[in-house]
Design a protein around this ligand. Structure first.
Ligand code: UT7
Length: 331
């Protein structure tokens, strides 16, 4: 076993979505929009919203990770490291991973957050896989979690219709038979930051009365520009991943795309030569939960996955950040 290459296999999946639903009908009462427009332009019918005083992103991470531990029959104390992809951390610091570890009783874990917007789960997964592949860590939990409702302006009809809240998590463990995370192509391009960002609250523009009045603590998005880059970025990188692994759409059991817009998902699937039956889509129920979309899909489809399935995860998001990851399913 000592000579065999270590890969990082996903050995359990957990997820959490809040109970409260925000439907298209609800949004019709809040902004000038309608169900038909939202469904035809995005594919979304409803999203989940985390409500309640004092509840934050870590409060969605915790149930997702607890569920995963129960499924695998391990205690949180056995987790070596927790990585949380998020752009809605509980606080600027300490990290949400840190806070979640304390709430979980994951006393032996270290942890950190990854800020890569909608690609947060993919970036975190690559990082977590590298920790496992190094041979130094045996149980790494990778989570994608966002409470987007905390940074969405519910008077801005172009952004509030898209986003929702949720968290998903996977457990990575060493595998010696070639299962798990096999390859990733990840990209960043900071010139895209102008199209999707939060203007204030960072060191560039600390919070003041003026920034609050100017609504600069909400997510700002130029939807059409992001859309154009997303369609090309997600499709290009997914096609490149297949090509460099000598695979075609026929070899892929599932595409797990970031759920930002049904039209972006369709374009990526077409480019990869995949029929709709092989594409995980739950955007209609949860909207765009940013870093949580991909692990929430794995969570919902986990009973349909078979050992040996080739799965491609693909994302595009703020930054710009984007990428695709190839996984061979282990259990
Ligand atoms: O996950 C992170 C990355 N983010 C994304 O991938 C999101 C990418 N972008 C998108 O998904 C789409 O651009 C949106 C869903 C955000 C917007 O859809 P669109 O088809 O690009 O709409 P648009 O911004 O081009 O607006 C078309 C029209 C405009 O009206 P006029 O100027 O043609 O009269 C908008 O004012 O639709 C109007 N509009 C709306 N109408 C009803 C914009 N938002 C709404 C709305 N309800 N909520």
């Amino acid at each position: 076993m000592a000579n065999k290459k270590i890969t990082a296999a996903i050995t359990a999946v957990g997820g959490y979505v809040p109970e409260d639903k925000l439907t298209n009908a609800d949004l019709e009462k809040m902004v000038d929009t309608n169900d038909e427009w939202i469904r035809s332009r995005t594919g979304i019918s409803e999203r989940r919203i985390l409500k309640g005083e004092g509840l934050a992103t870590s409060d969605m991470v915790v149930p997702a990770v607890k569920q995963l531990c129960e499924k695998r029959g391990i205690s949180p104390e056995e987790i070596d490291c927790l990585i949380v992809g998020t752009v809605t951390p509980d606080m600027v610091f300490p990290s949400t991973a840190n806070i979640a570890c304390a709430k979980l009783g994951a006393k032996n874990a270290w942890g950190f957050d990854v800020s890569a917007a909608c690609s947060g789960f993919l970036f975190s997964l690559t990082q977590g896989a590298a920790l496992i592949e190094s041979g130094r860590y045996k149980k790494v939990v990778v989570c994608g979690a966002d409470k987007m409702s905390a940074i969405v302006d519910y008077e801005d009809r172009t952004t509030c219709i898209i986003f929702g809240d949720g968290a998903g998590a996977v457990l990575l463990e060493p595998n010696y038979d070639g299962y798990g995370v096999l390859d990733s192509i990840l990209k960043s391009d900071g010139t895209g930051s102008q199209f999707l960002h939060m203007k204030a609250g960072g060191s560039l523009k600390p919070a003041t009365m003026e920034t609050v009045m100017a609504k600069e603590h909400f997510a700002y998005q130029e939807g059409q520009s992001v859309f154009k880059f997303a369609v090309k970025g997600m499709a290009d990188v997914s096609a490149e991943l297949l090509e460099r692994n000598h695979l075609t759409g026929d070899d892929i059991a599932w595409l797990v795309p970031h759920q930002a817009n049904l039209r972006i998902i369709d374009a990526t699937a077409n480019r990869m030569g995949l029929p709709k039956e092989k594409v995980m889509i739950n955007i209609q129920k949860y909207g765009n939960t940013t870093a949580a979309t991909i692990p929430l899909c794995l969570w919902e489809w986990k009973h349909e996955l078979n050992k040996g399935d080739n799965i491609v995860l693909a994302a595009f998001g703020g930054g710009f950040t984007w990428g695709a990851t190839l996984i061979k399913w282990e259990y």
